[in-house]
Design a protein around this ligand. Sequence first.
Ligand code: C5P
Length: 225
Amino acid sequence: PKQAIVLVAAGSGSRLGMGVPKAQVRIGDATILEHALRACLASRIDAHVCVVLPPGDDTLRAVVDHSGGPSVTVVEGGVTRQASVRAGLSTLPSTVRYVLVHDAARALTPPEVFRRVLQTLMDGAEAVTPGVAVADTIKSVSDGWVAATPARAGLRAIQTPQGFTLQLLRRVHSETSDADITDDAMLVESLGVPVRVVEGHPEAFKVTTPLDLMLAEALVRRARE
Ligand code: C5P
């Protein structure tokens, strides 16, 4: 395939407080990793999927072996998200043109978001991210004091899958390494390359806290009814 999806699932999930790696946490009848893999496959993008797992996690490896299919491979991740993405990128053949980097924690991301991102790459953008309008007013805070209030209309909460040409993403990962970088679009921005923003989806939220898990469980239950 000319496309690849790097599914990063090597995080610890400490904010969820379940005592196991987040990708092992269940939403209804399946783990976060299984839901995330299903979402990638449901997009029907003809893609090689590289799943990045916590080192030595045989439980998650078994999940991928069981539900992955022929075009899914596994690699061990690193200490930071950026290191995990880099590990995934290193396994991709150079015949891949476009790569989507997706958080497994966004387990219920609808297929249309994957397709929108890929289509925008095919239309010529080098870097694409989904984003959604924010409901809250967001303030920049310094030492407990309000420093600034950016106009809400211009703000987007950024999601994944983020899409890039493989060439660009490999280049930015080899040139930049910074502990404060939280997504791949930020790496691309730091090199001055424009990043296109497309509409994300409320159900592509990242399962981070126990409250998120309750919402995810309700969505899965609704889908079963
Ligand atoms: O920690 P954060 O919420 O930014 O994690 C987003 C995604 O990156 C999660 O799916 C997580 O599994 C993944 N991750 C990773 N390797 C790390 C840290 C996070 O694959 N070292």
